[in-house]
Ligand binder design. Sequence first.
Ligand code: SAH
Length: 245
Amino acid sequence: MRSIGWIVWLTVVVASTALAGGEDQYTAERQRMLREIVAMAADTAAETGRAQLDERVIAALARVPRHRFVPAGLTHEAYANRPLPIGYGQTISQPYIVALMTDLLRLKPGERALEIGTGSGYQAAVLAELGVRTYSIEIIEPLARQAAANLKAAGYPQVQLRVGDGYYGWPEAAPFDAIIVTAAASHVPPPLVRQLKAGGRMVIPVGAAFMTQQLLLVEKHPDGRLSTRQILPVRFVPLTGGPSR
Ligand code: SAH
């Protein structure tokens, strides 16, 4: 009886150590990715106005297991500072762009954020890691299903997901302190502006599909006035849907 108990205990210890080791194998890669992000932020400071990203954003990226959000065959590239294909012609964004867009939103824990373009779920996980109440909409159903599985496996089951056309936002969950659009739009969708709180921030790439777009920071001031600042040229997959469909 006693020896069986001992064997069970030993098995549990060995198994949990192996599991922890499995996660640890990515720690060094994640740190390298973060160093590249910090260096790139410094290099682009003249354009973005952000020489140093918020350390809470860096800390969030240090905790989110990006390897759980890329297709199984690409886990060895999960921490490269570039976009990767996730199927259906879509991509998980470059980590530096994820960091920059998150930084620009100036989020505080407990705030509400809406993401358009769930993709892999990685950006949503970064928002959730910041303690933000996160809602995300994806138009391609199988991607939304995969993102739901990724988020659950990575420990972010609280993220609210919906399949649909994000151009129209999520009126039932509005208003939001922040909106992040992770696909290139031809213009800033008016429904999203309406769903932004006074004092809210939106980041969105705007420009022609399959070309370079401008990453915009749109702010709704406490008096309701809008201001827009161009941050950086970027390349995103197109936002589909919207009224022209
Ligand atoms: N943020 C994602 C990457 C997004 S790639 C991540 O962290 O992995 C852009 C995504 O936007 C794609 O998955 C695409 O299917 C989705 N998309 C495009 N148009 C959309 C729309 N109108 N509404 C919701 N999602 C849309």
